[in-house]
Design a protein around this ligand. Structure first.
Ligand code: AMP
Ligand code: MG
Length: 304
């Protein structure tokens, strides 16, 4: 105990430690170069563990848990004092989720303790969706990487805060706003990125490539690329003949399927980022359902 283990979940790979051990949590922040104001998510495998993590469970939490756990939904609730301040960045709330991945579940069960984990990447960079991504970014800083193959969802969990009077969507993910409101009624959305010190996954610039990213104004819009610019293109449908002048093209889904696009998003961004391009141009997608999470990540990636 006290070490760091990278592990697969259905969303992205996590960098885990014993959630009750502040020294282990400190190593997570160090390995990621993560600022200490950015709290971790606590992962559990059965509801019996909830009582050690949260101090209150409102009816809305129970309804969402019944419907979406195990799965890519994180709930922010009042914390138990047993959760170290470092894990929650000093907040009196804790983010908790039950992942739906056999390796993550086996790890938490074997550890016999909740596991605190952020995404297993250097702070601010594109999240990892394969074991190789983890090794590329953090290899030397961690003790073990469990390889569970590519993540099936590909974007981070949906985060909902249930501490205020009204449920609030802090981070869009693959459990959509529509799905959530069907169960608990309307949610508020946290305001624009960047001005939310208590929800730092909301930082304006995050999930960022080294290469500058520009989001195109509309689907099918294409930039004028000058002769001496090496540009990459990230799109949601088959490339057309007129896209030939791009040095590299990544198609997230040939049919515009948001699930497939989310699954491929971070790996595609990483491949483009590895090519020393001058700029990556990104086609926007419809901002509904899972498209909301995809555009959220792309906007933060493009923010300078
Ligand atoms: P990561 O798994 O790397 O996306 O990081 C976890 C993210 O969960 C943080 O960046 C926050 O956005 C969010 N989070 C964790 N704990 C809390 C909390 N107590 N209140 C609000 N957001 C939280
Ligand atoms: Mg992260």
């Amino acid at each position: 105990m006290g070490g760091l283990v990278a592990f697969p979940t259905e969303t992205v790979y996590g960098l885990g430690c014993d959630a009750l051990n502040p020294d282990a949590a400190a190593k997570v922040f160090e390995a990621k170069q993560r600022p200490r104001f950015d709290p971790l998510i606590v992962h559990i495998t059965d509801r019996g563990q909830l009582g050690n993590v949260v101090s209150a469970l409102p009816a809305t939490a129970r309804q969402l848990i019944d419907q979406f756990w195990p799965g890519p939904l994180t709930l922010v609730l009042p914390k138990q004092p047993t959760i170290p301040d470092l894990v929650t960045a000093g907040l009196d709330t804790v983010a908790v989720r039950m992942p739906n991945h056999p390796v993550a579940q086996a790890l938490i069960r074997a550890a016999g303790t909740p596991i605190a984990a952020p995404s297993a990447n250097p702070f601010g960079y594109v999240s990892p969706t394969t074991a190789q991504h983890v090794a590329d970014g953090l290899g030397s800083a961690i003790d073990v990487i469990l390889d569970g193959g590519p993540c099936s969802v590909g974007v981070e969990s949906t985060i909902v805060s249930l501490v205020g009077l009204q449920a609030e969507l802090l981070r869009p993910g693959s459990i959509t706003l529509e799905q959530l409101s069907t169960v608990i009624g309307p949610l508020s959305r946290s305001s624009a990125a960047g001005d939310q010190p208590t929800a730092p996954g909301q930082l304006a610039r995050h999930y960022a490539t080294q290469t500058p990213v520009t989001i195109l104004t509309s689907i099918k819009a294409r930039p004028t690329v000058t002769k001496n610019e090496r540009a990459g293109l990230l799109i949601f449908s088959e490339a057309s003949a007129t896209d030939k002048h791009f040095a590299a093209i990544e198609v997230l889904s040939t049919t515009g399927d948001h699930r497939e696009a989310a699954r491929h998003l971070f790996a595609a961004l990483r491949r483009l980022d590895a090519q020393g391009l001058d700029r990556i141009y990104v086609e926007p997608c419809q901002e509904e359902g899972l498209g909301m999470a995809i555009m959220d990540r792309l906007r933060r990636c493009a923010a300078s």
